[in-house]
Design a binder for this molecule. Structure first.
Ligand code: NAD
Ligand code: TYD
Length: 351
């Protein structure tokens, strides 16, 4: 048996692939276009591992996907590949529409054609697992209950709108064609291999470089934070036991304001790598807010716990400490991803 993973050289996808082999010998075919966010260094420990087959390619390339499905006959397709950064979607939404909507459509059509060739056990067992986000639900007021799977979709950014569109396509391919799909909508992940354009790794690498820590607006926006390996375990649980056509929210039960996240990162760095120039919090700088910035996300993750027995293993305290320690121990990875393209992005976004 084999699974086909898309986007497995990105942050969550690479953690998923690495984690997969800790509990399984089932081979993984990993299709990734290696955009700025994809990085084979994340998978360096698998370089000589015959269980891992890496293919550089685009999820919009139907012929390639048909060929991978026919050759490897996977029992499941786990779809991570996406353009994933809200700020980039504001500067240039086109790539988000192409990869997140057209790419998902292409995968669904290829999976449908492949699935129709299967019979018996193999047909019944096949799964298309779509990895999505809590951002499709829009923004919560302080007193609103957290997002449940039944919340209406109210996406506010080009990124979340494109993910919402992809979720709708996945739903429709199940209802119209019977494709055996499951969808997971998770909150903000953090942990190793997180590209330093996102809040937590950006704050760590900027602080270590003595650069400003840019907090958007008043810093009181709230996100729920999920340690990445907890997310990977949640995906495995849904892939193995999720009901067909259902969606499952995955969250960390960790609602935090952005400014508190930044202060926690600073305090950990003060402890682990003190700066003779003074506490890292001196670098906190309030900057112009993101347009259309969602105020609060929160996840009600009771359905996945009730049906599949999944709960996060990490608290925020344990997860953020592991994360900061990982970045301190992996300075080479950080400098490798801070290429010219990365520097151009930072200059465009923050100057
Ligand atoms: P990421 O940006 O780190 O990685 C995305 C990966 O997809 C990269 O390796 C990239 O090369 C690849 N990719 C992009 N376009 C492609 C294309 N056209 N064809 C093939 N590969 C392509 O993203 P991530 O943070 O790992 O997110 C993975 C998934 O999880 C995404 O679907 C995202 O929407 C979802 N998600 C992420 C978070 C989060 O906090 N990071 C939260 C909720 C949901
Ligand atoms: P981000 O990591 O981009 O994830 P998302 O927008 O998908 O939630 O941002 C997390 C939060 O941190 C979000 O409210 C925006 C805020 N933020 C900053 O305040 N400063 C920054 O430099 C970045 C990248 C994000």
């Amino acid at each position: 048996m084999t699974i086909l993973v898309t986007g497995g050289a990105g942050f969550i996808g690479s953690n998923f692939v690495l984690d997969w082999f800790k509990t399984s010998d089932e081979p993984v075919v990993n299709l990734d276009a290696l955009t700025y966010a994809g990085n084979l260094a994340n998978l360096a420990s698998l370089a000589k591992d015959p269980r891992h087959v890496f293919v550089q390619g685009d999820i919009c390339d139907r012929a390639l996907i048909d060929q991978l499905l026919a050759t490897h006959q996977p029992r499941a397709l786990v779809h991570f590949a996406a353009e994933s950064h809200v700020d980039r979607s504001i500067h240039g939404p086109g790539a988000f529409m192409r990869t997140n909507i057209e790419g998902t459509f292409t995968l669904l059509e290829a999976a449908r054609a492949y699935w129709s060739t299967l019979a018996g056990e193999a047909k019944a067992a096949f799964r298309f697992h779509h990895v999505s986000t809590d951002e499709v639900y829009g923004s919560l007021k302080p007193s609103d209950p957290p997002f449940a799977e039944s919340n209406p979709y109210e996406p506010n950014s080009p990124y979340s709108a494109s993910k919402a569109a992809s979720d709708h396509l996945v739903r429709a391919w199940h209802h119209t064609y019977g494709l055996p799909v499951v969808t997971t909508n998770c909150s903000n992940n953090y942990g190793p291999f997180h590209f330093p354009e996102k809040l937590i790794p950006l704050m760590i690498v900027n602080a270590l470089a003595g650069k400003p820590l840019p907090v958007y607006g008043d810093g009181q926006q709230i996100r729920d934070w999920l340690y990445v390996t907890d997310h990977c375990a949640g995906i495995r649980a849904v892939l193995a036991g999720g009901r067909l056509g259902e969606t499952y929210n995955i969250g960390g039960w960790n609602e935090k304001a952005n400014i508190d996240i930044v202060k926690t990162v600073c305090a950990l760095l003060d402890e682990l790598r003190p700066d003779p120039a003074g506490p890292y919090s001196r670098l906190i700088t309030y900057v112009t807010d993101r347009p259309g910035h969602d105020r609060r996300y929160a996840i009600d993750a009771r359905k996945i716990e009730r049906e599949l027995g999944w709960r996060p293993a990490e608290t925020f305290d344990t997860g953020i400490r592991k994360t900061v320690e990982w970045y301190l121990a992996n300075a080479e990875w950080v400098s490798q991803v801070q290429s010219g393209a990365y520097r151009e992005w930072v200059a465009k976004q923050y100057d």
